[in-house]
Design a protein around this ligand. Structure first.
Ligand code: IMP
Ligand code: MG
Length: 189
């Protein structure tokens, strides 16, 4: 799909408007990749990608990091088809081996922090050497967590966004740009 500034799209009867272009996203991802490459001096880096939303970001981020690294995937579900956090996260972790690894958890978006807190708690049980978090989007006004978010692409207002991996009712993940719910639309509860 081609997008031009000001373009709007409709998904499941909701209107979204262009928020960040693919080149703005790419610049942020490259900046995070450079920072991670500077910060780590190790040969045991492991990216743990939180599916599904983070897969597009992770694919670009790991290629922007100039260090030997491994990739693992875990799955979390928190939003289902709604736009509002249920305050509960289901995490599927199958046989991860993290002992001695420097782990970077790759998240698409940290909202209330329920998901990332649950992920970190579960990962710590596998005795990694260290754990940090890289998220493309962070909603500081919604965040109620206590863990530090080490790498942030964009601080954004508490609005619902889609594209570049992020979905509304499983739609919109493949949009190369990011769109925000129109302010005159209600987020459903
Ligand atoms: P949290 O547990 O409230 O921090 O929410 C984290 C998860 O909710 C993310 O990994 C996303 O799957 C989803 N989420 C939060 N905000 C948005 C959004 O604006 N658009 C799409 N998904 C979102
Ligand atoms: Mg996610």
């Amino acid at each position: 799909m081609k997008t031009v500034p000001g373009q709007t799209i409709e998904i499941e009867g909701k209107n979204f408007r262009l928020f960040l272009t693919r080149s703005e996203l790419q610049q942020a991802v490259d900046r995070l990749g450079r920072k991670i490459s500077e910060d780590y001096n190790c040969t045991n880096l492991l990216f743990v990608v939180v599916l599904k939303g983070s897969v597009i970001f992770a694919a670009d981020l790991v290629r922007a990091v100039q260090l030997p690294s491994e990739l693992e995937f875990i799955r979390s579900r928190s939003y289902y088809d709604s736009m509002v956090s249920r305050g509960k996260a289901e995490i599927d972790i199958a046989g991860l081996s993290l002992a001695g690894k420097d782990v970077i958890v790759v998240e698409d978006i940290v909202d209330t922090g329920v998901t990332i807190s649950a992920v970190i708690q579960r990962l710590n049980a596998f005795s990694p050497n260290s754990v940090r978090v890289a998220t493309l989007f962070f909603k500081p006004d919604a965040y109620k967590g206590t863990i530090a978010i080490d790498y942030i692409g964009f601080n954004i207002p508490s609005k619902f966004i889609i594209g570049y991996g992020l979905d509304y009712a499983e739609r919109g993940r493949n949009l190369p740009d990011v769109f925000v719910l129109d302010s005159n639309e209600d987020a459903d509860n």
